[in-house]
Design a binder for this molecule. Structure first.
Ligand SMILES: [Zn+2]
Length: 256
């Protein structure tokens, strides 16, 4: 793996609405792993509602350029959580970052409760995403709850119980095996993992994900896998070494 960038500043923007991670805990944890980085917590990232509207997805089976007129199809949105194209959103938000902070020295991580998604040409539809890496990186806290799959048995029980099955009873039955709204500790822990992925995206050749199921950089598709990495609270030896090397290099030379 080639190391391509050497950021020194990490800016974390807290989300304006729940679910919200404890940003202080996120910073403390990143600091332990990458002690030479300067990390600051900022107020929620300011953006124009109109800009974000451009990223809104009405029909999940059409890419962003083929989205129907929003007003016409607003009825389709009423039943579900609104989805936002992560890359369009990223492009819009990038325009709000001051030019001096656009260099590789700076990583911007925006926590948001908006549900981000990306279009897959494999099955020609949008899928929810918890993290969009780049400038800025976006961590969707709603994505942590909604974008990753719950245990198979959860869906099965929901199917078997039909619409009559009380969702609260179902959630109780599977408690601890998925992440729900209001579980701030888990949302904070998951946010640390996604923030780390966003950072490693810059310090590796754009490939932050790990195949090791114990590593915090593991790209979990199931909430149970994410919960496993949260409990482990560790990086694999390869990524730990990489983090150590970066920190030492920066301390010794001031800059890589
Ligand atoms: Zn790893």
């Amino acid at each position: 793996m080639i190391i391509i960038g050497f950021p020194r500043f990490i800016h974390i923007y807290q989300t304006a609405s729940a679910p919200a991670p404890d940003a202080k805990v996120v910073v403390e944890e990143i600091n332990k792993i990458l002690p030479s980085y300067k990390i600051d917590i900022r107020p929620p990232f300011k953006y124009d509602e109109e800009m974000i509207e451009r990223a809104k997805i009405v029909d999940i089976k059409q890419p962003v350029e083929k989205q129907p007129n929003h007003e016409q199809d607003s009825k389709m949105m009423k039943m579900t959580i609104p989805l936002y194209d992560g890359f369009v959103m990223q492009k819009e938000l990038a325009e709000m970052i001051p030019t001096v902070e656009i260099s590789l020295d700076h990583i911007h991580i925006i926590f948001t409760s908006l549900l981000t998604c990306t279009f897959s040409e494999e099955d020609w539809r949008y899928h929810g995403r918890a993290v969009i890496c780049g400038t800025p990186s976006i961590v969707s806290t709603t994505g942590i709850v909604e974008a990753l799959a719950k245990p198979r048995e959860f869906y099965l029980a929901q199917l078997l119980g039909g619409m009559a099955e009380d969702k609260d009873i179902l959630k109780k039955k599977f408690s601890g095996r998925f992440i729900d709204y209001g579980e701030e500790d888990k949302i904070t822990a998951a946010s640390i993992n996604y923030a780390l992925q966003a950072i490693f995206f810059f310090i590796t050749s754009g490939e932050p994900f790990c195949n090791n199921k114990d590593c915090r950089l593991f790209n979990a598709h199931w909430q149970e896998d994410l919960i496993h990495t949260i409990k482990k609270r560790t990086l694999c030896s390869y990524h730990r070494n990489l983090a150590n090397k970066l920190s030492k290099g920066q301390t010794r030379a001031g800059k890589f």
